[in-house]
Design a protein around this ligand. Structure first.
Ligand SMILES: [Zn+2]
Length: 191
């Protein structure tokens, strides 16, 4: 029996993720080389488009994962887990907390690189909690001594093209006048 036939039988001709009955086709879970039936699923066009292109993800469409994440089929669980990690809303985090997967299935799910990004990521925020990125410009909100010099950087001075300290969320670097200096994030405001 062809893979498609097997998947049709398994899915009862419904998208295994959202239950849609139209425009169905075989979807091979990316980044896994294993037995085809376990790593493929039957999915509708809408789901496939959004699985293949993160920019097209419509979080509301994926409320369907609430049900399909409990599928007994690994391919469905793996994609549900990856999608929940891509969406990053409160409800997806809640579902991930409830989701159960065998260790080897989880390893397969992680093969795409989803779900790893945030755990150890250091996020820099300004005094108002706004996220700072490399290349941003900030303004000092108080006078600051420049380390290793007698210079004082005045409140209101703009620092352009900041660099984030990769190990410490409280530090950024930027040029105050000619001097490259470390600045503490809670004393800056993003421009
Ligand atoms: Zn679907």
């Amino acid at each position: 029996m062809s893979l498609e036939k097997q998947l049709q039988q398994r899915s009862s001709l419904k998208c295994e993720l959202c239950g849609n009955e139209e425009n169905l086709s075989v979807y091979k879970v990316p980044d896994i080389k294993e037995n085809a039936l376990q790593t493929s699923l039957y999915a509708c066009k809408t789901c496939i488009e959004q699985m293949d292109d993160v920019d097209k993800i419509d979080p509301n469409h994926w409320r369907c994962l609430n049900d399909s994440m409990w599928s007994e089929h690994d391919a469905v669980k793996i994609m549900a887990w990856r999608l929940l990690n891509r969406i990053k809303e409160d409800w997806t985090q809640d579902l991930l907390g409830m989701m159960y997967m065998e260790d080897d299935t989880l390893e397969f799910a992680k093969a795409s690189g989803d779900g790893e990004v945030d755990e150890n990521k250091i996020i820099h925020r300004d005094v108002n909690g706004v996220v700072l990125n490399n290349g941003d410009s900030v303004v000092l909100i108080k006078d600051l001594k420049v380390k290793g010099s007698s210079m004082v950087a005045k409140q209101g001075v703009a620092v352009r093209n900041i660099r984030l300290d990769r190990d410490n969320a409280e530090y950024i670097e930027g040029k105050v006048g000619p001097t490259l200096t470390v600045i503490i994030t809670k004393y800056v405001k993003k421009l």
